[in-house]
Design a protein around this ligand. Structure first.
Ligand SMILES: Cc1cc2nc3c(=O)[nH]c(=O)nc-3n(C[C@H](O)[C@H](O)[C@H](O)COP(=O)(O)OP(=O)(O)OC[C@H]3O[C@@H](n4cnc5c(N)ncnc54)[C@H](O)[C@@H]3O)c2cc1C
Length: 398
């Protein structure tokens, strides 16, 4: 039988952004309901590198120290190339660690009351009840959930982003393999992020701890075969890396097949951010739903954490102010203002990250030397080339 319920704040998507936002609100004494279509917490994508800006946000959510126990600190990025003898080191003066997605997601969820996350709840359509001023969510299993405030944190194919008419995502001609490799006797890769460019592919290796490393391979030739099959992914990835040193090939060959996946790199045009509206009534977006960007500067997840901190701050200033309980209409108006503040605060930051990852994407993937030259020039001019300055950002307190 169909059921109907009403909540103050509903968040669609129990990924990094949805859980971080729900936890931020919870830390400020505000209840929300996260709807996640998977039956369990999703951890596809193996791991992510988290720089100082991400750690600052995790500390605000009071999960930083738990997560530090799951990973070792890294000193920066070491670059090597197949085609030239050059070796570069990019030292990073703040905290850099690699986190298993599973650890990150489970830790964010652990501090939330169980009833605040509803698994196996796939939102199928959205509407609005003008009489009651409520968002109406219909789920695949026939339930109807109503919400005063709706936040879309459901990633690349966000329904809320579509409702807001955000421009549809595009794809770089880049396919990214990700996985873990365990070295039971310990690895000897030190405590830095290592990148190796072959011309055809970029291999990255980030130690998580003394025995486990996360690797990714950016591949610029369209794969053939079924990339949902890990065997196909491994074979194709090794083929693309075949001229690389043996320890690189070995890390892919002996990887944990359950963690191996391949995905095409998605993004939104950075210039689309200038003229889009990220709020409609009391509905907005966060995380990839708001600003999907190529993974080339490793900032999508950290930017989602920053969103959570800023949106928590803006919403809690309104929701926790006693004078604002006076009427539903007044409350909704204050929430709309809070969302506008959130969007206004996030825009300069998201523009910078989106442009930078777009230029790096062109540098990596575009076949035209002219485009690469222009992208390189603009990267140097506006972002200091390979600089990690974008990862020194501080998004403030919740
Ligand atoms: C190859 C690659 C490497 C990356 N490396 C890094 C890195 O090193 N550092 C970094 O910071 N970031 C990195 N990122 C980016 C990062 O993974 C994303 O930005 C981050 O996962 C976004 O989180 P999210 O919660 O917004 O979206 P998602 O992780 O996509 O979560 C969305 C959630 O919503 C759920 N959902 C979707 N639709 C519905 C629905 N209709 N109803 C209910 N639930 C729904 C999904 O099941 C999912 O759990 C990388 C990305 C890629 C692709």
């Amino acid at each position: 039988m169909a059921t109907e319920e009403v909540h103050d704040i509903v968040i669609i998507g129990g990924g990094i952004s949805g859980l971080a936002l729900s936890l931020g609100l919870y830390r400020k004494g505000i209840k929300s309901l996260v709807l996640e279509r998977s039956k369990v917490l999703r951890s596809e994508g193996a791991a992510i590198g988290v720089y100082g800006n991400g750690w600052q946000a995790l500390d605000q959510l009071k999960v930083g120290d738990d997560l530090r126990n799951c990973s070792i600190p890294l000193t920066g990025i070491h670059y090597e190339y197949l085609t030239k003898d050059d070796k570069n080191v990019n030292r990073y003066r703040k905290e850099l660690r690699c986190l298993r997605r599973k650890d990150l997601i489970e830790t964010l969820a652990r501090y939330l009351p169980a009833e605040q996350i509803r698994f196996g709840c796939h939102v199928a359509s959205l509407g609005f009840d003008h009489r009651e001023n409520l968002h109406v969510l219909n789920t695949h299993d026939g339930a109807t959930i109503k919400a005063k405030v709706l936040i879309g944190c459901e990633g690349l194919h966000s329904m809320v982003a579509k409702t807001l008419q955000l421009s549809p995502p595009k794809f770089f001609p880049a396919w990214i393999t990700r996985g873990f490799t365990t070295y039971p006797e310990g690895h000897h890769f030190g405590n830095h992020f290592f990148r190796f460019e072959t011309g055809k592919a970029v291999y990255g290796r980030i130690p998580i701890d003394d025995k486990n490393v996360h690797f990714f391979v950016n591949i610029f030739n369209e794969p053939t075969g079924d990339i949902s099959d890990p065997e196909v992914v491994r074979e194709y990835t090794m083929e693309q890396l075949k001229e690389s040193p043996s320890e690189i090939l070995e890390s892919v060959r002996i990887c944990d097949m359950e963690t191996l996946s391949m995905r095409q790199a998605a993004y939104r045009y950075p210039w689309a951010l200038y003229h889009q509206r990220f709020r409609k009534g009391t509905m907005t977006v966060a995380g990839d739903a708001m600003h999907i960007m190529g993974p080339f500067i490793g900032q999508g997840g950290a930017a989602a954490l920053e969103d959570a901190v800023v949106l928590t701050r803006c919403l809690s200033n309104v929701i926790n102010a006693p004078a604002n309980a006076s009427s539903d209409k007044k409350w909704a108006e204050m929430v709309r203002e809070a969302i506008d503040l959130y969007v206004k605060e996030r825009m300069p930051r998201l523009l910078k990250l989106s442009w930078q990852s777009y230029f790096v994407g062109i540098l990596n993937c575009n076949k035209s030397w002219l485009m690469k030259l222009v992208a390189n020039f603009l990267l140097r001019l506006f972002f200091g080339g390979n600089s990690l300055n974008h990862a020194l950002f501080d998004c403030g307190t919740i």
